[in-house]
Design a protein around this ligand. Sequence first.
Ligand SMILES: *[C@@H]1O[C@H](CO)[C@@H](O)[C@H](O)[C@H]1NC(C)=O
Ligand SMILES: *[C@@H]1O[C@H](CO)[C@@H](O)[C@H](O)[C@H]1NC(C)=O
Ligand SMILES: *[C@@H]1O[C@H](CO)[C@@H](O)[C@H](O)[C@H]1NC(C)=O
Length: 329
Amino acid sequence: MSAAEVSKVVGHELPDKPVTWLKRDLVLYALGIGARDPEGDLPFVYELNSEFRAFPTYPVVLTFKGESQELNVFADRMKGDKVPGLPPADPNKIVHGSQSIEILKPLPLTSGPGWKWKSRYTGISENKTGVVLTIESQLVDPQNVPYAKLYARMKITGDKFNKAIAGPPQAKPIPKNKKPDWVYKDQTLSEQALIYRLSGDYNPLHIGPYKPSPERVERNSSGKPDPAIGQAAGFGGVILHGLSSFGFAARAVVKVIGGNKSDSLKFFGVRFSSPVKPGDALETQIWEVGPGPNGTIEVTFVTKNLRTGKDALGSGIAYIVKSSPHAKL
Ligand SMILES: *[C@@H]1O[C@H](CO)[C@@H](O)[C@H](O)[C@H]1NC(C)=O
Ligand SMILES: *[C@@H]1O[C@H](CO)[C@@H](O)[C@H](O)[C@H]1NC(C)=O
Ligand SMILES: *[C@@H]1O[C@H](CO)[C@@H](O)[C@H](O)[C@H]1NC(C)=O
């Protein structure tokens, strides 16, 4: 790939993608990220609760869901997303490296028509195993008012170049020799991935090896049937969606710092470090590292997988309004 081709990628706008959601989708998403406790989670799962609203990270699944209420075929989802200057990528070889969301306004409970994603590539950089692309996506209402701004980093096979025009804020390092200010343990369910996928990410990687019938075969980008996508991507078995763990961590931050208030969270970002399997226990460790913008505090966090002892999510950063000075443990 030449430098000129790299320049074509950075700044390239993707076609607008229409999205819709219903209250039911908000509830399903909250369950997919582990909501279940009647004290803190009820506003996200019960439409008659006076505080009923979208969990603030909900927009991250809309890129997968689009405007369909039906299940979709994962391999079809990436078709048409060709990156200029890069060879067509096999959607099953793309690895989600990191994700952030800036929450600009609370979402209405039902979208109605006219909402869409406006996305562009804002960065490209070389990595040992390939190229890392930064994709910026803004969720806008029918009047083009932005409600959320996302940055995703996707790793794909490729060459060496480096250019960026925009990207998310990066986490500050974990303070040395200091215990976390907050710790929150949570338990994923053995059926967590089965619930989470219903929010729109139907990648077979999260449901396990299967024997497709001849008429209903998931095909890879070269048109060949792909019966073992989970193995092909290099994970030994079923793993939980990275964005479900992302949601678990966001719930932890909103619970322990934001007093369970959905409007407390203003920015949230992570790097995906190691896989989580459905049923694993998670522990989110959070350090306050200074003031954030607009009356928030800035925190750095990691989410440990208690089964493996590894960080499942690293380089966590959030801007959140602290619910009360006594909320700290
Ligand atoms: C938030 O919910 C948790 C339970 O998930 C509860 O222990 C805690 O007291 C709640 N915090 C506030 C401020 O309501
Ligand atoms: C790219 O590679 C470097 C070093 O190998 C690593 O630190 C970084 O996390 C990688 N970036 C992504 C987005 O995977
Ligand atoms: C602070 O809030 C203002 C007004 O809502 C907004 O325009 C601005 O982008 C916010 N700043 C940051 C850094 O989030």
